[in-house]
Write a protein that binds this ligand. Structure first.
Ligand code: NAP
Length: 270
């Protein structure tokens, strides 16, 4: 069944009053936070989440200058462990109910590749596999449900959730069993959210091959030589996308707000 654009869709959805970006300390998340901050009005809240406290604090200091009255809060926590996840959930439960009515945007961006030197047959340790999924799947689910509940439904408000996805959600890559299956699970999870909560706008955005630390790992650590060569050639032929270019496309999609809720949209499709 095709999901329709649904309630809350269209440009009339109002300004963002609260934005939460995970993985905001570097890479795509940091570029996205930089584009979102100037779009947030006075009295609005931007929450930055990642493990590196210093990098978050530096970004927060930069972004506080973006607009008068913008509140920028950092939560330095490891989303891969229960204590860290609880801390982020606790912060959102405290912060989100305090913002005035408006539009909530939650961007589930933080992610990892796992040990891509290993092939499927090397993945024998359940602790390693569980810890991969705890960060890449469980934390995105728990954070999203907690944020949606904490913000709640109120007159004049709307909620949008973004899942930073990948081509790997729909296409298998050798040595990337954890990453591909984690991204596929997240896409499906967010499709279910779109069905269950028609008033929540849900988007899975595949940002394209980005020039980040994650790409560096892909081209140096992938076990399969052909795959490694493929990632090296992306860099050599200058096909890697600047994070700001891809983040701007996502912001445009969110501002147009006409995507079918639950859709997977790829950088190259728009
Ligand atoms: N790069 C690509 O080519 C590409 C392509 C398609 C999709 N994507 C997706 O785009 C998103 C961003 O990727 P990227 O390339 O910007 O990755 P990146 O450069 O590796 O950055 C990952 C971000 O996630 C944070 N993070 C990592 N582990 C964490 C943990 N345990 N708890 C909390 N935060 C954690 C990192 O901050 P700390 O280290 O400070 O915690 C960092 O801010 C990911 O979901 C990725 O799968 C990337």
């Amino acid at each position: 069944m095709e999901a329709g654009a649904g309630p809350g869709a269209g440009p009339g959805a109002g300004p963002w009053i609260a934005c939460v970006v995970t993985g905001a300390s570097r890479g795509f998340g940091r570029s996205l936070a930089r584009l979102l901050a100037p779009r947030l009005g006075s009295g609005s809240l931007l929450v930055l989440v990642a493990r590196s406290a210093a990098a978050l604090a530096e970004l927060a200091a930069e972004l506080r200058g973006s607009g008068p009255g913008l509140r920028v809060e950092c939560v330095a926590a490891d989303l891969g462990c229960q204590e860290g996840l609880r801390r982020v959930v606790g912060a959102l439960q405290e912060l989100l109910p305090t913002v005035p009515p408006g539009r909530l945007l939650l961007v589930n961006n933080a992610g990892s590749l796992g040990d891509i030197s290993k092939s499927f047959l090397d993945l024998t340790d359940p602790d390693e596999i569980n810890s991969y999924f705890a960060f890449n799947v469980t934390s995105a689910l728990c954070l999203t449900s907690a944020a949606l509940q904490a913000f709640g439904t109120r007159p004049g408000s709307s909620r949008t959730v973004v899942n930073i996805s990948s081509l790997c959600a729909v296409k298998p890559f050798k040595n990337w069993a954890l990453y591909c299956s984690g991204k596929a699970a997240r896409d499906m999870m967010f499709q279910v959210l779109a069905l269950e909560e028609p008033d929540v706008r849900v988007l899975s955005y595949a940002p394209g091959p980005l020039d980040t630390d994650m790409q560096l790992l892909a081209r140096t650590k992938t076990g399969d030589p052909e795959m490694r060569q493929f990632f090296q050639s992306l860099q050599q032929s200058q096909q890697l996308i600047d994070c700001t270019v891809s983040a701007q496309k996502l912001v445009n999609l969110l501002e147009e707000n006409t995507f079918p809720s639950g859709a997977h949209v790829d950088f190259y499709e728009i």
